[in-house]
Design a protein around this ligand. Structure first.
Ligand code: SAH
Ligand code: F3S
Length: 477
């Protein structure tokens, strides 16, 4: 059940994009980790497109290789190191080839990267992509180049992302960057810096442009979207210093989502990811009010035990989380949920583990993204707590959590059987070229036979007659 959301085991995808005929250099760009990295890569491609680079899917023909990296778990970093080692021979054959590391690993390791991986010429943190043209000039002169300065303002609001390798139907729109929450296990506040929100006007413009260009679904994206707060720019923690008028006219996430829902009334809208601590019931009210907002909330909880939640500094209790879930169920009758869980965090007992399982049963999540705890250097947990759960215990508990989620997913999928669903056609089924695949409002994947006249991007009514653990089987009505 470990799916696409943050799955460092998945090879980053390399993308081809619209070419500029006058461009002569080739960029091979691969992204690892969360959706935010994929979205950032679209900004990087856009910046480099202006610098003479078209993208290629073949590292062998690239002048510049960039890996947009993830630090969330140790394994994510190992994956990137392995990928880098594969470029060693290429670099020997082509001395002019530049290899760069972007994103969270760049930010975490900084100059260490240049010392440890001799192959790497360029290290750029997530807030420094505008500096890429200058940094590349330095590498052209034969020097290593690095910029890992984090910003309190950068949102890349004015850079129109080049849509990479997508289906032309669904797109990400970044609305916040960074995170101020300081969950004790998490490296994100260190690699992505202070939380800041993007100008709502530029968000609306981007959404409208996507609609004009044929897109049918957008996901509003951030490490922590529900803490979106626009008051004229700058880091969220500076809100108190804002002028009175800025404070009075500030826009929060519920208001932003409503603005988007009105601005692109036929666009399907999703959002990710949310921290329960920052989630307000106003968001659920807006979801209930607008048909074009999908009835699906990804609401990571990490553990079902209050003791663990406190050690993780999640700033809410199990009861508060369940109250939030119940409020959503009450306001949005058709709502579905997915979770993130961390298994085997410092000091987790069998009892804590059982509380995680019972919480899952209570919520009945549609999906889950579950991983063993991986200690990250520099985080509060690494500094103050002991990563004391033996690997085999973590593994066994993780297997139990995954098995339970499988059971719950199957049950939830069964609940969709026997009625019609509005499915957005997102592509051809991987298993059967004669079938479409798409998702319903609740984010459940559905496959069904293609009919003449149907095309990518259509929203069609499908009768669901069966299911597997993760997929609905249907037929166009
Ligand atoms: N902002 C979101 C989470 C973003 S990080 C929230 O509030 O929950 C994405 C997911 O990675 C987290 O939900 C968590 O489940 C997982 N994760 C983060 N740090 C981790 C670590 N050190 N070990 C294992 N999983 C981790
Ligand atoms: Fe990480 Fe917690 Fe922020 S999980 S991204 S510190 S909300």
């Amino acid at each position: 059940m470990q799916e696409k959301y943050i799955d460092e085991t998945k090879q980053g995808e390399a993308f081809a994009i619209a070419e500029k005929p006058q461009n002569s250099k080739k960029l091979f760009l691969e992204s690892y980790g969360c959706q935010m990295n994929f979205s950032d890569s679209e900004i990087v491609a856009s910046i480099l497109n202006e610098q003479g680079y078209n993208t290629t899917l073949l590292p062998e023909e690239a002048d510049l290789i960039l890996l947009n990296t993830c630090s969330i778990r140790e394994k994510a970093e190992q994956t990137v190191r392995m990928r880098l080692s594969q470029f060693k021979n290429l670099k020997k054959e082509k001395p002019n080839l530049t290899v760069g590391v972007l994103g969270c690993m760049a930010e975490r390791l900084k100059t260490k990267f240049l010392e440890e991986e001799h192959l790497v010429d360029l290290v750029v943190g997530p807030d420094a992509y505008r500096d890429l043209p200058n940094l590349l000039k330095e590498t052209e002169d034969g020097r290593d180049a690095i910029n890992v300065i984090l910003s309190k303002e950068e949102t890349y609001a004015d850079i129109s992302p080049v849509r990479l390798g997508g289906n032309g139907v669904t797109a990400f729109v970044t609305i916040t960057r960074g995170c101020d929450n300081m969950c004790t296990f998490c490296v994100v506040p260190f690699t992505r810096g202070r939380e800041r929100s993007r100008d709502p006007h530029s968000i609306i413009e981007e959404c409208k442009e996507l609609w004009t260009n044929g897109y049918k679904e957008i996901t509003l994206l951030g490490q922590n979207v529900d803490s979106y707060l626009w008051f004229g720019g700058g880091a969220k923690k500076d809100f108190k210093k804002a002028t009175e008028i800025q404070q009075l006219t500030a826009i929060n996430f519920a208001q932003l989502m409503e603005m988007v829902a009105v601005a692109v009334p036929q666009m399907r809208i999703r959002f990710s990811t949310s921290n329960p601590h920052d989630m307000s019931t106003d968001v659920f009210k807006v979801m209930a009010k607008y048909d074009n907002i999908c009835k699906y909330v990804h609401l990571p909880v990490q553990s079902g035990s209050d003791r663990m939640l406190e050690k993780m500094n999640r700033q809410h209790t199990r009861a508060e989380y369940l109250a939030l879930i119940n409020k959503a169920k009450e306001l949005i009758p058709e709502v579905s949920f997915s979770q993130d869980m961390i298994i085997g965090f410092c000091g987790e007992t069998e009892e804590d583990h059982q509380l995680t399982l019972s919480l899952m049963r209570e919520v009945e999540y549609d999906y889950g993204y579950m991983f063993s705890y991986s200690e990250r250097p520099g985080t509060p947990a690494e500094k103050k707590m002991e990563d004391d759960i033996p690997a085999d215990v973590k593994q066994r508990r993780l297997a139990e959590v995954i098995a339970l989620q499988g059971e719950l997913s199957r049950k939830r999928m069964q609940g969709y059987v026997g009625r019609n669903h509005e499915i957005l056609i997102e592509g051809t089924s991987k298993k059967n070229p004669n079938q479409w695949k798409g998702r319903n409002s609740q984010n459940a994947v559905c496959v069904f036979d293609k009919l003449d006249g149907q095309k990518l991007g259509d929203i069609v009514t499908v009768f669901v007659h069966g299911n597997t653990q993760g997929t609905l089987l249907g037929k166009t009505v």
